[in-house]
Design a protein around this ligand. Structure first.
Ligand code: UT7
Length: 353
């Protein structure tokens, strides 16, 4: 009962954002020099022109840490918190959650624990969320629920971070052209603002979905408990993403349309109420096809896939940070996010910025 009451009363707001993009920019033309592909094919089939790849030795936690630090610094710069330094602010974090499919370590420790330690967020619980490209949506809802359920919890850092280049088969042109590395972070806080009724703010509603029967469509087959590496085994490519692109494409278009329709219907609002739709950046054609089905104009969707390619769980928080820092979304705007990907999973959030 306490949970229900508190969740209705107190808003869970995004108060700051950050991102980390590796400096090494690899264009389609760069890939075409060593693969049977072309800039024209990649752009016309995906909307991608470039991706940024992490240097050797950089792991997901390094990018996650940088994005998280940027979010903490922004909260201080913009006067969103009373704390005066990122170190002080880190001590007020109750949770550090990292969505990733490319954990620093296989199984344990979690990538979130590495970030929590390096941030010196000594009062925070930390864990990873594994929902492939939907991890940020799942992570945000998990964080909001955990803040709402306990009166003493107030702040959480939710991060999506990936070094997908490490689980990519660079000889497979049907997948390697799609992915990039990066991280995005949001700092969320339980505030005194209402979450319903007049003046409501923050995370209004989330849809979470899955269809595990499609798990083989996007899969890293080796290295887990199902198919562990054997002693003495020689492998050319230890663990990499395999994808049935057509199957995922069909699923994704339906996931985007269904998620938008469901969020709007459950909230009792129309498309005109939404300032910006921030989809997972997997393929510009998926977004265009969903937009066509629903009669949504292209400018409603925010796309940055051209520069970063598909960064899986990082793509939505990177996009939110770009929009936030460039003032393309402002306080009071209604933002709709949509994630979809391996699992198969999908979901979305409605957020008053
Ligand atoms: O974030 C996770 C979610 N993932 C996704 O959302 C991905 C969803 N799927 C897709 O975005 C698309 O299916 C792809 C971009 C992966 C592929 O596009 P497509 O239009 O479905 O191409 P296709 O796989 O049907 O391949 C068409 C042709 C094939 O040649 P043939 O058999 O027609 O001669 C491929 O061999 O294009 C060829 N092809 C390429 N050609 C040049 C495939 N990849 C490439 C390439 N360069 N990189």
């Amino acid at each position: 009962m306490l949970f229900v009451m508190e969740r209705c009363v107190m808003a869970i707001e995004i108060i700051a954002t950050g991102r980390a993009i590796p400096p090494n920019r690899v264009t389609n033309d760069d890939l075409a020099q060593r693969l049977d592909t072309s800039d024209e094919w990649i752009r016309s089939h995906t909307g991608i022109r470039a991706r940024h790849l992490a240097d050797t030795g950089i792991a997901s936690s390094d990018l996650a840490l940088e994005a998280g630090k940027q979010a903490l610094a922004q909260a201080i710069e913009r006067g969103m918190v009373e704390e005066k330094t990122p170190e002080e602010l880190a001590l007020t974090l109750d949770l550090v959650i990292v969505g990733t499919s490319t954990q620093d370590f296989h199984g344990t420790p979690s990538t979130a624990c590495v970030v929590q330690d390096k941030l010196e967020a000594r009062n925070a619980g930390a864990f990873d969320v594994s929902a492939a490209c939907t991890s940020f949506i799942y992570g945000l809802e998990s964080a909001a629920g955990l803040l709402a359920v306990n009166a003493s919890r107030k702040r959480a850092l939710v991060i999506g971070a990936e070094v997908l280049s490490r689980i990519t088969d660079w000889n497979d042109r049907s997948t390697c052209i799609l992915f990039g590395d990066g991280a995005g972070a949001v700092l969320i806080e339980k505030t005194a603002a209402p979450s319903s009724g007049p003046g409501r703010r923050g995370l209004l509603r989330t849809v979470l979905g899955s269809d595990g029967s499609g798990r083989e469509s996007l899969i890293v087959r080796r290295g887990g408990s199902r198919a562990p590496f054997q002693k003495g085994e020689v492998v050319e490519i230890p663990a990499c993403v395999e994808m049935d692109g057509r199957a995922v494409y069909t699923f994704a278009v339906k996931a985007v349309t269904d998620t938008i329709e469901r969020l709007l219907a459950e909230e009792g609002i129309g498309l005109n109420d939404v300032a910006r739709i921030v989809p997972h950046q997997a393929n510009a054609r998926i977004v265009a096809a969903a937009g066509k089905r629903l009669g949504i104009t292209d400018d409603k969707f925010f796309l940055n896939i051209e520069e970063y390619a598909n960064t899986s769980s990082a793509s939505i928080p990177i996009a939110l940070d770009e929009l936030n820092r460039s003032a393309q979304i402002k306080r009071g705007d209604l933002v709709l996010t949509i994630g979809f990907g391996g699992g198969l999973t999908y979901g979305g959030n409605l957020i008053i910025w």
